[in-house]
Design a protein around this ligand. Structure first.
Ligand SMILES: [Zn+2]
Length: 105
């Protein structure tokens, strides 16, 4: 195991301990069934938080993580051939073969 993996596991363990501690505290404070709901919410938000941090470390964001999912504004981009104005999404224009195109929202 290298240093990075060890540190990663330590952070993961720390978050698990924190979430268990919060869950126990909530279970004491809140009456049933609100404690269960609160515990689930805490687990989900901590999970989400950890994932966000990991993705940021890898240089990704939530949108690129899902790959094909449309990012904000991404789905509205259209490409038009500069030469003849044909709307297309290919490397070269299917009408005139020009590789020059411009993006329009
Ligand atoms: Zn063209």
């Amino acid at each position: 195991m290298d240093q990075n993996t060890k540190r990663f596991l330590k952070v993961q363990l720390m978050w698990i301990v924190i979430s268990i501690a919060i869950s126990l505290a909530l279970a004491f404070i809140l009456p049933f069934p609100f404690d269960i709901i609160a515990i689930i919410a805490v687990f989900l938000s901590i999970n989400y938080f950890i994932r966000q941090k990991q993705m940021k470390k890898m240089g990704l964001n939530a949108w690129s993580f899902f790959g094909s999912a449309p990012g904000p504004g991404k789905q509205n981009v259209n490409y038009y051939c500069i030469n003849c104005g044909t709307k297309h999404n290919q490397a070269a224009c299917p009408n005139c073969g020009s590789k020059l195109k411009k993006a329009a929202f």
